[in-house]
Design a protein around this ligand. Structure first.
Ligand code: ADP
Length: 609
């Protein structure tokens, strides 16, 4: 549509130009033809008057000649014009149109007066004699320097005008035909010029609607062809740039969605322009629903809104920490930075949110652990110091009592030693968690070995120890020492927390993927509220009792770490006053030959519970 409008505009200008040129050319040509024709006719009349001069010379010299009229008449008929012979005083002696006797004196006729003065006279005016407009040409007739009279040739102007009208018509027709041809050529030219433009317009609109691979044909090498080439180059560059932008955008989105940190970007009006999945998860929002909304309406977390607002106000970076209590404790570290446009003007702000909940939890755990270790170490040390001081201060102390004190000191130092050993074991396990050596170990042998060490203790308490072991080896991936340490800890607990005369059963069996070791006792049992926490370091159900029994509070934590580092797990089933079952599950080795030496495959525990 636009193309055709442009075509008509171009064509209209062309039409105006052609018509104007044609009119001017027509006007000038017809004027020129008119002047030339008149001059031509005048010249011809002059020649004819010259002929008449020869013819009438003698008659004029005689002053009168009856035959002159006849000769004039004949000549006029031959030439097809009017001829007049006039004496010097103005009397007409011959005229081809009228009887000279009835004619006026012609001395004052303009052409005659001019001929008298200049030797040649011409005039166009109305003739009363023939009652029509005429063109007159007069020449003087002289003899030996004496003026005899004048001859005059004339032609009705209508004859000239008719001829001139014919000629003007011919000029007009010529100009018209030329103009028509010019208009047709002009139309074709305008169409030729505008057609590529129209194609370019259509292509540009297609590109604007997303058809970036659209191009135009380059059919010529003129300016239009160069324009088409420039258009195609521009379209290619645009396509390339858009491809780059899209690629960058996709990469950015992939980075954003893969980030652990939450990212929210807002524009100058605080509208959310970007939010990644991590931010949505931390703030319990749906990113797609937040885009375009004001941040104040998106989140109720005051610190996040204020951080963004202040960065938008002063363009400065800001850091902060948010503590949320939405069901569970959440610690978020925030860092806000301004977003600048290409001119360096503030265009928005971005906040990066780092979930430090686990970090904070670990800090607390570490703090508690240090406090617990200090406390646990301090207790036996204080006791030992007190006991030693008492022995030193009381030099008169009876030998029996002194022995009793020394036994107590030995017990406390054993406790101290156990504690340090357990701490060292735990620290070794934690530092080697991912790199604990894994060899093929027959679980039955590890159980028999551990039981042998503790059998004496069980007998001391009159406990029955039963072993239900299969006849075939049950091979697991494990480090013998670590595995025996874990089994010993569990068996030691079973002995410690089972009253005299109780029963302990050691069971080993194999499933599809995991081998299981169960240590069941008929001891004091554990209340459900403690069952989850007994695997934490220094957690004890009954502190005093545990200490009394020589426990460090680290036994089960060591068991848990051994199991986890070997790709297994540990769990408990227990009922107060009835007893407990501690269950260790470890990945079973299906092909013991393949398992010789080290093994580094990641093994997934069946159930963390
Ligand atoms: P401790 O050195 O105190 O025994 P552990 O880590 O081995 O530390 O055990 C943690 C706590 O779990 C113990 O203090 C005890 O209260 C409880 N516990 C462990 N094993 C048993 C069991 N077989 N019967 C009852 N309670 C147990």
């Amino acid at each position: 549509m636009k193309t055709s409008r442009f075509l008509w505009k171009l064509y209209a200008a062309y039409v105006v130009l052609i018509l104007l040129t044609a009119s001017i050319v027509g006007l000038l040509a017809s004027q020129q033809v008119k002047v030339a024709y008149r001059q031509d006719r005048e010249e011809q009349l002059r020649k004819e008057a010259d002929l008449l001069r020869d013819e009438s010379h003698s008659a004029l010299a005689a002053g009168q000649d009856p035959s002159v009229q006849e000769r004039v008449q004949r000549l006029a008929d031959t030439l097809g014009i009017r001829l007049t012979v006039i004496l010097e005083d103005g009397a007409v002696i011959a005229d081809s149109e009228k009887d000279p006797a009835s004619m006026d004196n012609h001395r004052n006729r303009p052409e005659v007066q001019q001929a008298d003065k200049n030797g040649y006279g011409s005039a166009s005016r109305h003739s009363d004699t023939v009652n029509t407009d005429m063109l007159y040409v007069a020449l003087p007739v002289n003899q030996s320097g004496r003026r005899l009279g004048y001859v005059r040739a004339s032609l009705p102007l209508t004859v000239i005008e008719d001829r001139m009208a014919q000629m003007q018509t011919a000029v007009a027709v010529g100009v018209f035909v030329a103009a028509a041809i010019a208009l047709l050529v002009g139309y074709l030219f305008a169409r030729h010029v505008t057609r590529p433009l129209g194609k370019m317009t259509v292509a540009a609109m297609a590109i604007a609607e997303g058809e970036y691979q659209r191009r135009v044909d380059q059919t010529s090498s003129d300016e239009m062809g160069q324009l088409a080439q420039a258009f195609n180059t521009m379209a290619s560059q645009l396509e390339e740039r858009l491809r780059t932008i899209n690629k960058d955008r996709k990469e950015l989105l992939a980075i954003l969605s893969g980030m652990v940190e939450g990212v929210i970007a807002v524009d100058r009006d605080r509208r959310v322009v970007q939010m990644n999945a991590a931010a949505g998860k931390m703030l319990q929002l749906s990113p797609s629903q937040c885009i375009g909304k004001n941040i104040a309406k998106v989140t109720r977390v005051e610190q996040i809104r204020e951080s963004l607002s202040s960065t938008l106000l002063n363009g400065a970076e800001a850091r902060g920490e948010v503590h949320l209590n939405t069901g569970s404790d959440q610690h978020l570290q925030t860092r806000t930075a301004p977003l600048l446009d290409s001119d360096g003007n503030l265009d928005g702000a971005v906040i990066v949110i780092h979930d430090v909940t686990e970090l904070r939890r670990l800090e607390v755990v570490r703090r508690d652990f240090v406090a617990n270790v200090s406390h646990e170490l301090k207790t036996p040390i204080t006791a030992i110091r007190g006991l030693i001081e008492t022995v030193i201060d009381d030099s008169d102390m009876a030998g029996k009592i002194r022995k009793k004190f020394l036994r107590k000191i030995r017990k406390q130092s054993h406790r101290l030693s156990n504690l340090v050993t357990d701490l060292l074991n735990l620290s070794r396990l934690q530092s080697e968690e991912s790199g604990l050596q894994r060899n093929v170990v027959d679980l039955r042998e590890a159980v028999i070995e551990s039981a042998r060490e503790l059998l004496a203790l069980a007998h001391e308490k009159s406990l029955t120890v039963q072993q239900q072991l299969p006849e075939v080896p049950i091979c697991v991936w494990g480090e013998v020492d670590a595995l025996q340490q874990a089994i010993t800890n569990l068996l030691d607990n079973a002995i410690k927390y089972t009253p005299q005369g109780g029963k302990i059963c050691l069971r080993v069996f194999s499933g599809n993927q995991f081998a299981t070791l169960e240590i069941e006792d008929t001891g004091i049992g554990i209340h459900p509220k403690h069952q989850k926490r007994i695997f934490e370091r220094f957690y004890r159900v009954d502190k005093a009792r545990s200490r009394e029994m020589g426990g460090t509070g680290l036994g089960l934590a060591i068991v848990k770490h051994v199991c986890l580092s070997l790709g297994g797990n540990v769990s408990v089933e227990s009922a107060v006053s009835k007893g407990s079952i501690f269950r260790m599950q470890l990945p079973v080795v299906t092909d013991p030959q393949a398992g010789q030496g080290q093994h580094s495959l990641p093994l997934k525990p069946p159930d963390e519970g």
